[in-house]
Design a protein. Structure first.
Length: 262
């Protein structure tokens, strides 16, 4: 497979674009740039990561040259509590772009996954460096299953490639370009009004509103029903006593998603 060609890319709001044939982790390099330079925004993209990271300290592995692995460095000038909303904005970006390019309806598993029929298409890892009052920078890292259709036994019923859904090879440059353009559009809305202007799309895209979800806390399985996603980006869930609780972050187990039986 040919490498991603970024020469013709319309870079929009991105001050610096860095391409790596191989790197440890685009999120780690983006954080270096955030800490050691004044660059306002950057896109780091690679064909392969030797130390790709997922959420909850997990490793994230993708074969060379088939998928999309990249990180965006941003300095949005927001409060730390608002940073997780950017994960939701990026997930919505992926949903919108895949609908527009391929006419495929993906959905989101709050807060950071984009899925198709209960399988993961895209994982997002958002990290930040912050003062008490204001975020210094945010890094949004995304891994999108594009053309690799062969997964390990462990991931086989949990992941799916866009190629298998669209039934055609995914042009990674085209997808990346559309993601940048659409993210810029939603990010500008976010900077003005937070999630307010896109919350109805976010709700429509959610795979879990109305469903039962389980959260493991101190070895105990807590069962909730998801009622909504708030404009603060929280998941509003109803507990077994019929009280509404906001979840700010966390790992959800959802019967029917990623092969979880409940
Ligand atoms: C998850 O679902 O756990 C999030 C996965 C995020 C993976 C991407 S790949 C590009 C960027 N660099 C990393 O090390 N991780 C993110």
């Amino acid at each position: 497979m040919k490498n991603i060609n970024l020469e013709t890319m319309d870079r929009r709001f991105i001050e610096k674009i860095l391409y790596f044939d191989e790197i440890d982790s685009t999120n780690d390099r983006a954080k270096d740039l955030g800490t050691n330079t004044n660059i306002k925004s950057a896109l780091l993209i690679t064909e392969y990561q030797t130390k790709g990271r997922g959420r909850m300290g997990r490793s994230w592995e993708m074969p060379k040259g088939k998928d999309l692995m990249f990180s965006l460095l941003l300095r949005p000038g927001i409060k730390p509590m608002d940073a997780p909303k950017l994960t939701i904005v990026f997930a919505q970006t992926v949903v919108n772009v895949v609908k527009k390019l391929y006419n495929i309806g993906l959905s989101t598993k709050w807060p950071n996954d984009v899925i198709y029929n209960g399988r993961k298409v895209c994982g997002i890892l958002t990290e930040m460096n912050t003062d008490i009052e204001m975020v210094n920078y945010v890094v949004i890292g995304a891994g999108i299953n594009c053309n690799n259709e062969v997964f390990s036994k462990e991931l086989n019923d949990k992941a799916v490639a866009l190629k298998s859904i669209v039934k055609a090879e995914i042009q990674r440059e085209e997808l990346l370009q559309s993601l940048i353009v659409e993210f810029e559009r939603l990010y500008n809305k976010f900077l003005v009004n937070g999630l307010l202007d896109i919350i109805s799309d976010i709700r429509d895209s959610s795979a879990i509103i109305g469903r039962e979800v389980h959260v493991m806390r101190k070895g105990e399985k807590l069962k909730y029903k998801v009622s909504d996603i708030s404009t603060d980006g929280e998941l509003l869930v109803v507990n077994e006593n019929k009280e509404i609780e906001p979840l700010i972050s966390g790992e959800l187990l959802v019967p029917g998603i990623y092969g979880y039986a409940g």
